[in-house]
Design a protein around this ligand. Structure first.
Ligand code: KG4
Ligand code: ZN
Length: 337
């Protein structure tokens, strides 16, 4: 079965073809980051219009790369939500039109399920069950994953998402959107002993997170400098922020592993691309005490942030597990929240 995946929930248009026999055949991506950068964040109307412009050329590119014709597609998966309503509507409309024209079924995919399953696209994927840490621009969640479609929410952020905290703190330091990668790079030049920022909810026994206080601590630190911050000052603040947020993310993962007794941890979502996070998690996973050890799995770097491959893959997995979910009514329904 060849499944076409369409992702358009935010500022990336992603199109991919996944074959349940042969694996990922191709994927094509256009990022709108450069377009939104001058506004300091994603402008929804501009995002929708750009998805309209990109969708068909990317589809052509994906088909050419995979060397298949469009009538060979067996089903079409599209991101149903959450995301920007207008942006989601573009992907859903393309899926619907194509589905009707080719007489193929559709399946709407939850964007987070796409992220959650993306590490299974790797050459050595984890087996079920596993714990997943989902850290994106909009969400921070710990989930227990027993099978495709069997997810239990163990904890989540009570306010800002991890990616949002990265982006907002980066903005306070004058870095361009999306600030996650930039603030991390700056942090590597910073002195870890200058700023000790709070580690919100580090010692709460639950698996919830809270990052808005950390962002406020960054703001307070920035305001304490009487003059403009030097590059080194900025790097020191960045270092304090990154050390704090990563300490919390790693500690909560350790608690989740301990509480559930599972031995596999999967990291998904844009913040999963973070090098410091990966280094700290790998160190935690190789704990001196063998009882505390676990394995960590990451998606390929290109599949950490939004992409079509994870939607094609999630669609294929869902259609195999729940064939009744294939929909030929073409009455698509996007769910921004
Ligand atoms: O998963 P994603 O592409 O989109 C959402 O579904 O939100 O995640 C985007 C988020 C942004 O907040 C971005 O700053 C963050 O992931 N991000 C990073 C890194 N790469 C992307 N944060 C920290 N370090 C990175 N290397
Ligand atoms: Zn995402």
């Amino acid at each position: 079965m060849i499944v076409l995946g369409i992702e358009s929930s935010c500022d990336e248009t992603g199109i991919a073809l996944f074959d349940t026999e042969r694996g990922l055949l191709s994927h094509a991506l256009h990022s709108q980051i450069a377009m939104h950068q001058e506004y300091g964040g994603v402008v929804p109307e501009l995002a929708s219009r750009d998805h309209v412009r990109r969708a068909i050329p990317l589809l052509t590119e994906a088909l050419e790369k995979a060397q298949i014709a469009k009538h060979q597609i067996d089903a079409i998966a599209y991101t149903q939500g959450p995301g920007l309503a207008g942006a989601l509507l573009v992907g859903a409309s393309v899926a619907c039109g194509l589905g009707m024209a080719l007489d193929k079924p559709l399946i709407g995919i939850h964007h987070l399920e796409g992220h959650l399953l993306s590490p299974l696209l790797a050459s050595e994927p984890p087996s079920f069950p596993f714990i997943a840490l989902l850290v994106s621009g909009g969400h921070t969640q710990l989930m227990r994953v027993d099978a495709v479609g069997q997810y239990e929410l163990l904890g989540e952020t009570l306010d800002d998402a991890a990616g949002e905290a990265f982006d907002k703190s980066a903005k306070l330091l004058g870095l361009a959107y999306p600030g996650g990668p930039a603030i991390s790079q700056l942090a590597s030049l910073g002195d870890p002993d200058v700023h000790q920022f709070p580690r919100p909810m580090l010692h709460s026994k639950d698996l919830n997170f809270s990052f808005s206080g950390l962002k406020t601590a960054v703001l307070t630190a920035v305001r304490k400098y009487p003059n403009a911050l030097s590059e080194q000052d900025k790097a020191n603040v960045a270092r304090g922020f990154v050390d704090a947020i990563i300490d919390v993310l790693v500690a909560k993962c350790q608690t989740a592993m301990k509480q559930t007794g599972l031995k596999r941890l999967v990291i998904a979502g844009g913040v999963g691309a973070n090098r410091q996070l990966r280094a700290s998690l790998n160190a935690a996973a190789n704990a001196a005490n063998p009882k505390k050890r676990f394995e960590v799995f990451y998606p390929e770097l290109e599949f950490c942030t939004d992409n079509g491959a994870m939607i094609a893959f999630a669609g294929a997995m869902r259609l195999l597990a729940y064939p009744e979910q294939a929909d030929k009514n073409y009455s698509f329904n996007v769910r921004p929240r």
